[in-house]
Design a protein around this ligand. Structure first.
Ligand SMILES: Nc1nc2c(c(=O)[nH]1)N[C@H]1C(S)=C(S)[C@@H](COP(=O)(O)OP(=O)(O)OC[C@H]3O[C@@H](n4cnc5c(=O)[nH]c(N)nc54)[C@H](O)[C@@H]3O)O[C@H]1N2
Ligand SMILES: Nc1nc2c(c(=O)[nH]1)N[C@H]1C(S)=C(S)[C@@H](COP(=O)(O)OP(=O)(O)OC[C@H]3O[C@@H](n4cnc5c(=O)[nH]c(N)nc54)[C@H](O)[C@@H]3O)O[C@H]1N2
Ligand SMILES: [Mo]
Length: 768
């Protein structure tokens, strides 16, 4: 039986109702090992019964909410749990309105399209009059708001990303900021049936493409043979790119015809680069002092880029840091200066690597999607501003040219995400989580931190326990995901949970439209089949798809070349920007008069970086990038992730000189700390990490030593107790996760046991 996950398709075999083997899809050239972690679905970390925090079940909404995460749970029946949750949703919406419910519920949940938990919770709340939603993503916080102003919608752009096969034929030089990390291309939101990035990089090398990896980590380009490594300081790429721009202008190598025909006013940026507007020339020497890459290497790269068919690749990571708009805007400006946008194999990509689907030679086609309905509440927040929202009800904030107001939240509903994984400055977040909302309801599969820190916990089943359809834009297969095992203990699908709540709240008919799971799958498939027909994709009837187990989507007639049509005729094929052109300067953004984002790309020193005075106290830049052994926090308790831990903790990688200076050796446990918090981690040493950079991937389950205390030592290696919770700028308010300084020291006390994967304590309620 096939199942689809965000990291690949697997064939699940069972024996006597239990999983026997998990075999990678036979059409996948480079499957991800993460699939083996699915054996954990029947493990001890599963939530087996509905449960309510002890004080909550005894004292009602708001009772001892400061004890969230530090109290035992009481197991209750489904009926009692659903009655309690429904009554509380009713009380809060009736008393305070739907704008008192935060159900943005950001998170990747699982891959099937119908049982997509985030869509389910949004649909459920919309049937009740709406909820406070989130805008944007942690992935692309700065980019999603910036890009429509200067180029086009991020997803529209991604749908035309130049195919690898075009690079193989035409590209000569791939300059990759943040590399093309093969650890990341294991994954794709919604699923990925064929992993092609590593094989394609080998084919590019064989075709003669040269690679340059501009990144603090050598490993970011480990799949590209012979890549040159320029290890710059984190968060300094904009300066590096400005140095390249300066060389191009000084040597008259920029494409003035392209700039005039396809872009808005280049002159303000030219004056800024040459130092005519602020007296500081952004020369290669100037850039070298900021990035700590030799000036010669920067100017030599500029000349190579101008002399060859060049693709500039920019990892999403670069915009997940303070002023993350700037490297994206500047990379686009640089590609305009090279004049190769719209040519096969040339221009820019945002980006190859972050997810495995980018560059696939496949058609954009939306498979089944659960309609979420209309949200009547019009006060969404930028996704990464959740702590600010909880701390400042009614408070104003800037966003994309507007002054907005934070809503006053009384109830949080989360399904399919984990803010104890994804949010920054967790100690501050936990305080807000514990002080503000009166009720927190969570649907979860596992006793992950978000479940342990909730009031009402409803056990959700996994994709192996339900039928679904796996499908993702640009993936070549639609997968019939058939239920492989029975639901574990009392777990139910999110759909059944929300149907039960809707029943109690009088919205069942609206929510279910009278359909059960099977009827929904058929309906959603039929709707997507109709959509497909309109773009000449002929899908078989549902029965044939379901019995065959998959459908293959035909490839495009020719490989995509991004902005090809725009290059052919920029007047007929205008961009959806105010000028119809690429906005190297944006009068709209300039008109907002922000001090942290001007009308053209510029260098702003990040709040914390290796050039800031704070390095006196915290000399290492923390790189909390995506983990290679799991998806975010998902399956951190699975075998693949557990095998990578050191003394049970997440591994932190240090440069040999940084380790030696602190007297730590591989395998030691260290305390990683700054003014925001501290965690433990196990040491790995690698000279492929730039000196001054410490790498601690995200995803270790939050595990405070004393959960009843604020700011308690996190003992498992969750980097978000250290990261900075600051919007990237007033324009986009994205996450600045990649901007943080820390110090590392040998941990010498008695080593506390990791309890992240233990279920919580259970109790009986008083009086029973
Ligand atoms: N420091 C730092 N922090 C980061 C990042 C970084 O680079 N550095 N990256 C950020 C990025 S890009 C992202 S996208 C976020 C990711 O953050 P999230 O998407 O919130 O992380 P996940 O671990 O995928 O959380 C998904 C949760 O949903 C649960 N789940 C899975 N399937 C189902 C289901 O069917 N039903 C229900 N009810 N639950 C389900 C899982 O058990 C898990 O707890 O993290 C962000 N945080
Ligand atoms: N295995 C696995 N793959 C994943 C995920 C996962 O959890 N696990 N998560 C997925 C998700 S949700 C997303 S959004 C994407 C994220 O994709 P990205 O945001 O691109 O991923 P990161 O791993 O954060 O960063 C990629 C690399 O960029 C480099 N980097 C970081 N900061 C800088 C910088 O300032 N300058 C330069 N030049 N380089 C820098 C780091 O060395 C890092 O290894 O990954 C996806 N892929
Ligand atoms: Mo992401």
């Amino acid at each position: 039986m096939l199942t689809s996950t965000h990291w690949g398709v697997y064939d699940i075999t069972t024996e006597n109702g239990a999983i026997k083997s998990i075999v990678p899809f036979d059409r996948d050239p480079d499957p991800s090992p993460i699939g083996q972690s699915l054996h954990a679905v029947t493990g001890p970390v599963r939530i087996r019964h509905p449960a309510v925090r002890k004080s909550y079940v005894e004292g009602g909404a708001g009772a001892r909410r400061n004890m969230r995460g530090a109290e035992p749970f009481v197991n209750v029946s489904w009926n009692e749990a659903l009655d309690l949750a429904a009554a509380e949703i009713k009380r809060v919406t009736a008393t305070f309105g739907n704008s008192a419910v935060f159900a943005g519920s950001y998170g990747w949940s699982s891959a099937g399209r119908f049982h997509h938990a985030q869509s389910q919770v949004h649909r459920f709340m919309n049937c009740l009059g709406g909820y406070v939603a989130h805008l944007g993503t942690y992935s692309l916080g700065a980019a999603r708001t910036l890009l429509p102003r200067i180029l086009m919608d991020m997803d529209v752009m991604r749908s035309q990303q130049t195919a690898w096969v075009s690079l193989e034929q035409h590209c000569e030089l791939l300059v990759a900021f943040g590399g093309v990390p093969s650890k990341n291309s294991q994954v794709n939101s919604g699923g990925i049936s064929q992993h092609e990035v590593r094989p394609m990089l080998k084919r590019l090398a064989a075709a003669g493409v040269k690679f340059v990896n501009v990144s603090p980590l050598r490993e970011d380009m480990n799949a590209a043979p012979g890549a040159q490594w320029l290890p710059l300081r984190p968060n300094t790429d904009t300066a590096f790119m400005l140095g390249i721009a300066h060389t191009l202008i000084a040597e008259d190598k920029h494409d003035k015809a392209f700039l005039a025909r396809y872009c808005t006013d280049f002159e303000p940026l030219r004056r800024y680069v040459m130092g005519e507007s602020d007296g500081v020339a952004k020369s290669a020497q100037w850039a070298a002092a900021i990035c700590d890459v030799p000036a010669d290497a920067i100017s030599a790269l500029a000349r190579r880029m101008a002399a060859h068919r060049t693709m500039i690749n920019v990892a999403w990571a670069l915009q997940r840091g303070d002023h993350g708009e700037q490297p994206y805007w500047m990379a686009i400006a640089l590609a305009c200066m090279l004049g190769q946008i719209g040519t096969p194999g040339g221009g820019f990509a945002l980006a190859y690597g972050p997810v495995g689907i980018e560059g696939a030679n496949a058609r954009t086609f939306s498979g089944p999607l659960l309609p979420q309905g209309m949200n009547a509440v019009k006060t969404p927040i930028p996704v990464a501003r959740i702590t600010d929202m909880l701390e400042n009800p009614g408070g104003p904030y800037d966003f994309d040219g507007k002054v907005c107001t934070y809503p006053d939240i009384r109830l949080i509903y989360w399904a399919g995400g984990n803010p104890f994984h994804h949010h920054q400055d967790l100690n501050r977040f936990v305080q807000a989580w514990r002080s503000k909302p009166e009720t927190i309801i969570v649907n979860e599969q596992y006793w992950s931190p978000i479940a342990k820190f909730a009031d009402i916990v409803l056990p959700a089943n996994t994709m192996l326990e339900r039928d679904d359809i796996g499908s993702s834009n640009r993936d070549r297969h639609m997968i019939a995901m058939k239920r492989a095992i029975d639901p574990v203990a009392e777990a139910r699908s999110d759909y059944d949970i929300f149907s039960g709540l809707s029943e109690r709240l009088g919205s069942r008919e609206k929510f279910t439209e009278g359909r059960n799971e099977a009827a929904w799958l058929r309906h959603l498939y039929d709707v997507s089949r109709e959509r497909a027909r309109k773009i000449d994709i002929d899908l078989p009837p549902f029965e044939a798809f379901w019995s065959e187990g998959l459908v293959e989507v035909p490839p495009p007639r020719e490989p995509a070349v991004m902005l090809k049509k725009f290059r052919e005729d920029p007047l007929v094929n205008k961009l959806p920007t105010p000028s119809g052109k690429i906005e190297i300067t944006s009068s709209t953004i300039a008109s907002f008069n922000y001090d942290d984002c001007l009308g053209h790309p510029a260098w702003f020193a990040p709040a914390e970086w290796l050039g800031s005075p704070l390095t006196g106290k915290y000399p290492l830049h923390l790189m909390s990038h995506q983990p290679s052994t799991r998806l975010h926090s998902q399956y951190d308790h699975g075998s693949v992730s557990v095998a990578s831990k050191i003394q049970g903790r997440e591994a932190i990688t240090l440069h040999p000189a940084d380790a030696a200076a602190r007297g730590v050796n591989a395998g030691d446990v260290v305390r990683v700390f700054n003014d925001r918090g501290a965690c433990l981690a196990g040491v790995k040493i690698d000279d492929g990490v730039r000196q001054g950079v410490a790498v601690l991937p995200t995803g270790a389950w939050f595990d405070p030593l004393d959960p009843a205390q604020d700011n308690s030592l996190e003992k498992h290696g969750n980097p978000n107790v250290l990261t900075l919770d600051k919007g990237t700028s007033r324009l986009t308010q994205g996450s600045s996760a990649h901007t943080a300084l820390v110090e590392v020291e040998l941990f010498e006390g008695e080593l506390p046991a990791v309890t992240a994967f233990d279920p919580p304590r259970f109790a009986t309620r008083q009086g029973t």
